[in-house]
Design a protein. Structure first.
Length: 104
């Protein structure tokens, strides 16, 4: 009188196959943030632009690399401002030197 369908045994947990190329659940670093950070030291304008684009992508996709993108923007902007200040000082110095050239 015992029916095996009344008291079924639990099934073993199923394992999903692991593939070598399976994407991970955790998003990786934003490539544009890395490139923007590197270029901020050499070509400031491009580094700033890529930093802003990377920040936009990171906000949309949730990738990592927000710190690198912020660093690219900050370093690039600081270098641009320093470049402008140095250019003004050099031009002013050349102007003063040219004005005093006839005095010697």
């Amino acid at each position: 009188m015992s029916d095996p369908n009344l008291n079924p045994q639990p099934l073993p947990p199923q394992q999903q196959p692991q593939y070598a190329g399976a994407p991970s659940a955790q998003p990786g670093y934003n490539t544009m943030a890395i490139v923007g950070f590197i270029l901020a030291f050499f070509v400031s304008i491009v580094g700033v632009i890529l930093g802003f684009v990377a920040l936009s992508q990171i906000k949309r996709t949730g990738e990592q690399g927000r710190g690198l993108a912020l660093a690219a923007v900050i370093i690039g902007l600081v270098e641009i401002v320093l470049g402008i200040i140095i250019t003004i000082i050099v031009i002013a110095s050349l102007g003063v030197a040219a004005a005093n050239y006839n005095n010697y």
